[in-house]
Design a protein around this ligand. Sequence first.
Ligand SMILES: [Zn+2]
Length: 282
Amino acid sequence: MSKRIACVTLDIESDLLDKSGRIRMFDNTDLMGKYSSIVNNNNVKVTGFLVTSLIGKYSTEIGLLSRTIPIEFGVHSHSHERRLEYFANEVNSSVTAYEDFFGVKPIGYRAPNGLINRESIFSLIENQFKYDASIFPSIRLDEYGYSNLHLPNKPFRFVHSNDEIIELPAACLDTIRLVFSMSYVKFLGLELYKTLMRVFPLPDIVVIDSHPYDYYINRIAGNIQGWKRYAHLRNSEEAFSVFESVVALLQEKGYEFMFMSELYKYVADLPKLPTIPVEKLR
Ligand SMILES: [Zn+2]
């Protein structure tokens, strides 16, 4: 059996639909403490994808988090702008802000809501990103809809003439391509996933998407309308224990926790990584 690797990723952005741009996990030591203790007690490694315009406001908390848990940082755009015509601007601003703060170039990028096209990949390559983590190899039916069912459910190389970037896609169950992220697991329940996994297992490499607000969505539910409000509120009181159960399940199944940079290095050295032309993206 090939090696099983799990990466817990945290998209560090303002709380869902919060106009004030707050991250309550950073404003509340109790929330931060609960999250950190689960991470530390289970030897989880976290990769935080930062909305870099928030670095100024939350520099103290980012520093504190770095000293509290094993965490490294990538980029989650500069201002969480989703419109693809602004993608290159977002990448440029985010690289500047990241370098100003950390003193090194970022190597990993995740686009807001997984929205990415060919030109977006070219801007990442131009800015010397080593990996992208924007692809959800699934189908999304809301206003940000996309279909990535034609892309692999495991790491691959995006290539265009002599250029390339490694893609580390978000985890989906085999065949049915159901996304395995904190918000989906809270919505559908881990028990349903466990049942489905008997027939449609998780891939050997699991990149789990999450957000700070996944852990306290009940505190901000007023911001959310319609079916999404219902979806987000399911299991919201138990969010931290759902996280613990997800971590325990991965450990039981023999997954080793890694940072995304470690996964990138592991994948880049694999002899037979699938190659996908960037033209496969719209
Ligand atoms: Zn986001």
